[in-house]
Design a protein around this ligand. Structure first.
Ligand code: SF4
Length: 325
């Protein structure tokens, strides 16, 4: 569960000791000359722009446990105790690993299993603060903890922009998307002061129209009627087997919704709240802007089809044995 959903979070890989190699995250940029910006051969499908997205995946081994310290959480079904922002979780080890990583759900911390920093943790640790952690330099702690939530939002925007660049149908927008990607990546490499001073909402307001147009161009290729549920409150809705291919579910509240066996191919799920939604047997092939955190917060089974970039959560059971997230 992400902070935007009112809950706290933590590292997926918190159980393993973090290495001290201090690998510095590289820039997020197209990996080669943007093939999609050249005119395709007549009749040929324009290719996507390949983006190195490694820097947009959490690398807990290069992070100073920032999500376990910087963010607050309130005692709830997601977290077993209250913790103010800036205070290390009592389960955070001295090596920045999580002492209960293998038992998070059993110990009452399911919220820790559904968070994704999109690589912001290692960026703050290794780039903004140059590899010196807050324990070795306590004077940097408050600044480091202030930067992290802003950096997470920047990296989330980077991830969405990189995904849009990979959409062949969004080719008319690739030049603009590429400029946006490079601009945001540059902002993430500023000083701690400059990152904290950023107006991320304004930046999001500039990028969102591009993402929306990329989504529309992509979904326009889906045959038939495309349902519009942008921002809809579908909490607990009975949508089992629903034909939602190419639908807009942007920002929709789907908490606890029954989406079992639903056709969600090519649906836009950016910002949709899927906490506790039943995705057993659902087909999410080509779903747009779907994140690992959203998937982790939902329920599903081995019959759920996910986009190849996403992993089936360990807590999903076999078909016919759906378990709670
Ligand atoms: S229980 Fe604490 S240390 Fe473990 S992942 Fe959650 S916040 Fe981090």
């Amino acid at each position: 569960m992400s902070p935007q959903h009112g809950a706290r979070s933590s590292a997926h890989g918190g159980g393993r000791p973090r290495r001290r190699t201090h690998r510095v995250p590289g820039p997020v940029r197209p990996t080669a000359t943007a093939a999609s910006e050249r005119e395709p051969e007549p009749g040929a499908e324009p290719g996507p722009v390949a983006v190195d997205r490694e820097a947009l995946r959490a690398d807990c081994s290069a992070c100073f446990g920032l999500c376990c310290v910087a963010l607050p959480f309130a005692r709830s079904s997601d977290f077993a105790e209250d913790k103010p922002a800036g205070r290390p979780c009592g389960h955070l080890r001295s090596d920045f690993g999580c002492g209960i990583h293998a038992r998070l759900r059993d110990e009452g911390y399911p919220g820790c299993t559904v968070f994704d920093c999109f690589g912001a943790g290692q960026k703050v640790s290794q780039v903004t603060f140059g590899g010196t952690d807050w324990r070795r330099d306590p004077g940097s702690a408050s600044a480091m903890f202030a930067v992290f939530p802003v950096m997470r939002q920047l990296h989330e925007l980077l991830a969405y922009t990189a995904e849009a660049l990979a959409l062949p149908a969004a080719r008319p927008l690739h030049a603009e998307l590429r400029r946006a990607l490079e601009r945001i990546d540059g902002l993430t490499r500023g000083t701690a002061e400059s990152v904290v001073a950023l107006d991320v909402n304004a930046l999001r307001g500039e990028v969102n129209p591009l993402l929306l147009r990329a989504s529309e161009l992509t979904r326009a290729r889906v045959p038939g009627r495309r349902r519009e549920h942008r921002g809809a409150d579908l909490t607990g809705a009975r949508l089992s087997g629903a034909a939602l291919r190419g639908a807009s579910l942007r920002g929709a509240l789907l908490i606890g919704a029954d989406l079992s066996d639903a056709d969600l191919r090519d649906a836009d799920l950016i910002g949709a709240d899927l906490r506790g939604a039943d995705l057993a047997g659902a087909d999410l092939t080509g779903a747009l802007f779907l994140t690992q955190a959203q998937v982790n917060a939902a329920r599903g089974d081995t019959a759920t089809t996910l986009p190849p970039s996403l992993s089936r959560p360990a807590h999903w059971e076999s078909a016919g044995g759906v378990v709670d997230a």
